[in-house]
Every structure is written in structure tokens, then in C-alpha cells.
Design a protein around this ligand. Structure first.
Ligand SMILES: Cc1cc2nc3c(=O)[nH]c(=O)nc-3n(C[C@H](O)[C@H](O)[C@H](O)COP(=O)(O)OP(=O)(O)OC[C@H]3O[C@@H](n4cnc5c(N)ncnc54)[C@H](O)[C@@H]3O)c2cc1C
Length: 390
């Protein structure tokens, strides 16, 4: 392993998750270059040691018992603007870069297409996993390639966007959990002062434009941040109410007849509609406020919050219901050398959308499953289907 990796034992993962819960990891490798990420994963795999890839920790719930295995903390850095033409710019970004830093840079430099994704915590490398999206944009709209370490074949594989299986809060990376470690993402962005056409009614209203119209990128960013703040969806260390692991539930995409009276219904392809997980959760009795053992947020319904600043919730074991009623199937530093390493080589099949969770009593019996990753080795792990979020 290169000298840049640090190895620590028994570090509490609460320090690395935005929910601020999580017990100790047997081994924590902090990797600041791709070689170290690959080497840490490869070695653990060779030793048959469980691996948890962790970056910003903003979409992870880790049990108090911690993680029995190697946690690979992706802390790589590097943003390279690789080509520039009148039509656009290609930007290659290390997985460990902070997502919102990239958005800030894009807005500053007039790279359009990710401005509505302002304020989303976490890393660039995690964005393709669940096809991060908000306010009418998804990373799939601008991702050109994803460079990965394929743990099945022990080799670097670069996937073109078309091979990433992107859907609503899902991708082949999520469909084949654990197989791919994202090392970097290449984005294709438009150039200009105006953002991409606004695709979300609430944002359009806030900006005073129609859906489909464009607005100055900086205004879009500021409007999105204001909307997110009003819902407690911008992390603020001083505001305990913002400590969360993000939205835990997806908006179900269903046949129109399945939408309860009064629930929102946004048209989707193939005659389906997307309804609101928040609306359903509220009507199921989980109102804003508290619901043991984790508290529901007081400003919005989908995220989970850590209930107290001094004493995070005890997280022991988890099991989620099988694929739900919703039926949402589309459920570095010096080492960074993107030009040399981005040779295209794709691979195959997309599997079921699933995640490893511990087997134990159900914690919450909601008819909608989660997109957040639940890391728990307190008991024997099992794999259950899961539906994507936000
Ligand atoms: C306040 C708040 C608001 C949020 N708002 C949104 C939103 O609007 N839209 C949205 O889509 N999400 C949202 N999220 C969720 C979260 O920000 C995203 O899922 C983000 O992409 C997670 O990045 P991370 O680096 O923190 O990932 P982590 O939490 O570290 O990891 C999440 C999952 O991705 C895997 N992973 C991370 N990095 C890699 C990698 N390099 N290679 C392979 N696997 C990897 C991990 O193993 C884990 O399974 C929000 C979260 C919070 C706390």
C-alpha cells in the first residue's frame, strides 16, 4: 500500500457518519489515492474480510456494535477539467471529493447541469450509487463515465453512463451491492451562465420561472439551498435538527389507481405516477417529531434524525420488509492520474436492487424500503430487496 493510506483500529464510525451513530470498526483504512483504495479492498477481499466502503457517511446507518471488518474511507482528491469546447466541458473528479464543492465550482465556472443538486452532502464517488437527485436533476443527466474497481474480476472497469443502469435513485452499482468501488466520475457539463432547464415545480415557483425555463445558475443554487434549509436538509453542525442520514424512503412510483385520495401524483413514464413518501408516512401516523427508536424530523418527513446531541439512538439490528407496495422498480492527491487511467472497458449484467442488512426483528414496518445503506454485522447478514429514495 502506498504511504498515503492510514490504518486505524477500533475507530468509532459515529465520527464518520452524519447521523453520528455507529460503533467501532475493526480496521479503518483512510485512502487518499486510488491505488490505496484498490489495495485496501483487494487485500481485504483476499483475506475474506468484510469490507464497508465509506466516504462522506451521509447515507449510512451503522450499528452500535460497529463493523467487523475493514472500513475503507475514500478520501481521494482531484478535479481535472479535461476538455473545453463551445458545447461543454468534461470534468473528471476523484471519488472522495466533496460533492457540494464540485457544485460550487461548477456554478462559479459556468458549468451547467448540477446546480439543482446544491447542498447534498457526501462525496462525488457516492453519487452514481443511488443516482443522487433533487429538485429536478439527477447525476445520471451529466455523468459520462464512472471509473471503478470491480471486485468480482479484480480489475479497473470504466463504465459508460449507458452501462450504469441509472434509474430513479438506483443504478447497477446499487443493484450489484459491493461489487463496484467507484474511484472517479467523469461529468459532461454544458457551458453558460444559465442553469439547465428547471425541472421541479417548487423550484420554478421560487425562481419565478416556468418549469422548463432556465435561470441563472447562482440563483438556482441559492434557491435550492433556501428550500433545502427550510426543510432542515442542509447539514449544519450547530443545528441538531439537521443531523440525518438523508431521506430514508423513496417516493413510490405506482399505477394512478393505487394513489390514495389527496396524495400528490406526479406523472411518470409508462402511465405511472410518483406519489409522495412523506405524505404516506405522515398519514401512516409517523408525524413530524418523534417515533421511537429514532426521531422523525420536525420539518420534513422522510429523513431520520439522531434524537439527541449527547446521546445518539441505540442502533442494534435491522430488517426491512421485502420489496414494497410502492413497486418502484427503478428502485487524491498525487496519485490521481485520470488521463492515464480512463480507458473505456465496460462490463455486464445488472442484478436485483439489494443491500446487506443484519437479520433481526423489524425496526420499522413501513411499506416503503430504504435507500440508505445499513451497515450491521451484529448478526448474520442477509440480503433483501430494497427500493431507492428522495
Ligand atoms: C441532510 C441530507 C440531505 C440529503 N439530500 C439528498 C438528496 O437531496 N438527494 C439524494 O439523492 N441524496 C441525498 N442525501 C443522501 C446522501 O447525501 C447521498 O446518498 C450521498 O451520495 C452519499 O454520499 P456519501 O459520500 O456520504 O456516501 P456514504 O454515506 O459514505 O455511503 C453511502 C453508500 O454509498 C457507498 N459508497 C460511498 N462511496 C462509494 C464509492 N466510492 N464506491 C462505492 N460505493 C460507495 C457506501 O458503501 C454506502 O453504501 C442526503 C443526505 C443528508 C444527510
Amino acid at each position: 500500500m502506498a504511504e498515503t493510506a492510514t490504518v486505524q483500529r477500533h475507530v468509532h464510525l459515529a465520527e464518520l457518519t452524519t447521523l453520528r451513530v455507529g460503533g467501532p470498526a475493526d480496521r479503518l483504512v483512510t485512502a487518499t489515492c486510488d491505488d490505496d483504495v484498490v489495495e485496501a479492498v483487494r487485500r481485504a477481499d483476499a483475506d475474506r474480510t468484510p469490507v464497508l466502503v465509506l466516504a462522506g457517511g451521509s447515507n449510512l446507518v451503522v450499528a452500535d456494535d460497529g463493523f467487523r471488518g475493514t472500513v475503507v474511507h475514500v478520501a481521494t482528491r482531484g478535479i481535472v477539467q479535461e476538455s473545453d469546447a463551445c458545447s461543454g466541458v468534461t470534468v473528471t473528479v476523484a471519488a472522495g471529493e466533496t460533492w457540494d464543492d464540485l457544485v460550487v465550482r461548477a456554478v462559479d465556472l459556468g458549468w451547467a447541469g448540477i446546480e439543482a443538486l446544491s447542498g447534498i452532502p457526501g462525496s462525488v464517488g457516492a453519487t452514481p450509487i443511488q443516482n443522487v437527485g433533487a429538485y429536478g436533476q439527477e447525476v445520471s443527466q451529466t455523468v459520462a463515465q464512472v471509473r471503478t474497481w470491480d471486485r468480482h474480476h479484480n480489475r479497473i472497469v470504466t463504465l459508460a453512463a449507458a452501462d450504469c443502469g441509472f434509474g430513479y435513485r438506483t443504478s447497477r452499482f446499487k443493484a450489484e451491492p459491493g461489487r463496484y468501488v467507484v474511484l472517479g466520475v467523469r461529468f459532461q457539463l454544458a457551458l453558460g451562465d444559465l442553469g439547465a432547464p428547471v425541472g421541479y415545480a417548487e423550484l420554478a415557483r421560487t425562481l419565478g420561472v416556468e418549469v422548463g425555463q432556465r435561470a441563472p445558475m447562482l440563483e438556482v443554487r441559492e434557491a435550492v439551498l433556501a428550500l433545502r434549509r427550510s426543510k432542515g436538509m442542509v447539514l449544519d453542525p450547530a443545528d441538531h435538527d439537521t443531523w440525518s442520514a438523508g431521506s430514508f424512503f423513496t417516493n413510490p412510483v405506482v399505477a394512478p389507481a393505487a394513489v390514495p385520495e389527496g396524495a400528490p401524483a406526479w406523472p411518470q413514464p409508462e402511465g405511472l405516477v410518483k406519489t409522495s413518501a412523506a405524505w404516506l408516512i405522515e398519514r401512516a401516523g409517523f408525524t413530524k417529531g418523534y417515533a421511537p427508536p429514532a426521531r422523525r424530523h420536525s420539518r420534513t418527513s422522510t429523513p431520520w434524525r439522531s434524537p439527541t446531541a449527547v446521546r445518539p439512538p441505540r442502533v442494534t439490528s435491522w430488517r426491512w420488509p421485502a420489496r414494497s407496495a410502492g413497486g418502484c422498480t427503478n428502485a487524491s492527491a498525487s496519485c490521481w492520474r485520470p488521463n492515464r487511467r480512463w480507458s473505456a472497458a465496460s462490463s455486464r449484467n445488472a442484478g436485483q436492487n439489494s443491500v446487506k442488512v443484519g437479520s433481526a426483528d423489524p425496526l420499522v414496518a413501513m411499506p416503503i424500503t430504504s435507500s440508505s445503506t445499513i451497515a450491521n454485522t451484529a448478526s448474520t447478514s442477509s440480503t433483501v430487496p430494497m427500493i431507492p429514495v428522495t
